[in-house]
Design a protein around this ligand. Structure first.
Ligand code: GYE
Length: 330
């Protein structure tokens, strides 16, 4: 057991990108008819409510008007569907909000609607997951975690436990296909285990970041290869919570017979880890409300510069779970 205790690793959440072409500096305007005495309106197009992480992010962002009464928040739940999010953005444009905040379910397919926002002179701040657009001026700012780094950290937990030369069969529960969280975490993990010649990913399927699908997919993994799997690598906690149930129902001991690593750091996962049923958590901070508020203020005052915002995120192993549990805020 030579877990490294690495609480509070500095992580990066990147806040980037430029100012709208033609909208820079103090002269920046939005199309809103709000006078400066009126509240500034942020329209937030959320992914859905698929996980504990997501619920915590929603709560944090909905607190913006409490943090600053000069701001109002319009909220839309996309129910994990891009088409719903696109509709929400179009409504926000029609309502002439001051800022559109988008947490995109997937990375591609946003060019048209973001151009509509730009034409309406409404700045767009991308939150959490990122977008891939041909024209970067469609995005005013991005704030979120470094998902690739999270995948690397997850792999390091496994390597710290077993060593590079171990022979391991890994089952992977992927997040929503095409999302930054899934793409980045998978890439970071796979790149890190390249140095481990006998680590094999023998199962890999999406559980769409939900408990129910995580359980269902893990059941299928166990049915076909139950006796081979040594490690479960889950792109989020909720799928791992579902998988732990599946492992127990199958008659194996999660955290002992199968070593488990996941990303997020929700309380439920910490509880399971404190009970010995999981082995490692890579933290991903969902409490993005204050950062979104700060970025929105900068954008509206025309003072946004290219920036990197560091969010404190940690890595936790089983021996730290009990001690950390009371500190968890989500
Ligand atoms: O890890 C997962 C959620 O985009 C970082 O989405 C987010 C991920 C998070 O459903 O639980």
């Amino acid at each position: 057991m030579k877990f490294k205790k690495i609480a509070a690793l500095a992580a990066t959440a990147v806040l980037t990108i430029g100012i709208f072409a033609g909208c820079g500096g103090a002269s920046q305007q939005t199309s809103s008819s709000n006078s400066s005495s009126k509240k500034k309106v942020i329209g937030f197009a959320q992914v859905g409510a698929e996980s504990g992480w997501r619920t915590a992010e929603t709560t944090s962002i909905k607190e913006i008007p409490k943090l600053d009464p000069n701001f109002e928040l319009k909220f839309s739940d996309g129910q994990q569907k891009q088409e719903n999010q696109i509709k929400a953005i179009r409504s926000f444009i029609a309502e002439k909000v001051d800022i559109i905040a988008l947490d995109p379910v997937v990375e591609t397919g946003w060019d048209t609607v973001l151009r509509e926002a730009k034409n309406a002179k409404i700045p767009v701040v991308i939150v959490d997951r990122n977008v891939k657009v041909a024209d970067n001026s469609l995005v005013t700012a991005f704030l979120g975690s470094d998902m690739e780094e999270e995948g690397k950290r997850a792999a390091k937990i496994v390597i710290d436990k077993f060593g590079k030369d171990a022979k391991l069969n890994i089952a992977e529960l992927q997040g929503t296909v095409g999302s930054t969280a899934m793409i980045g975490r998978q890439k970071g993990f796979n790149e890190t285990i390249k140095d481990c010649p006998n680590y094999k990913i023998i199962k890999s399927q999406t559980g769409d970041f939900t408990r129910a699908k995580g359980k269902e997919v893990m059941e299928a993994f166990l049915k076909s290869d139950g006796n081979k799997i040594n490690v479960l690598w889950s792109h989020n906690d909720d799928m791992a919570v579902g998988a732990i149930q599946a492992i127990e129902e199958y008659g194996k001991k999660p955290g002992k017979d199968i070593f488990i690593v996941s990303v997020d750091g929700i309380k439920d996962m910490f509880k399971l880890m404190a009970d010995g049923k999981s082995n490692g958590i890579v933290e991903c901070n969902p409490l993005l409300g204050p950062q979104l508020l700060e970025t929105s203020k900068q954008v509206l005052s025309g003072k946004l510069k290219d920036k990197i915002v560091h969010t404190k995120e940690g890595v936790f192993t089983q021996d730290q779970a009990k001690k950390e549990l009371p500190n968890r805020k989500y």
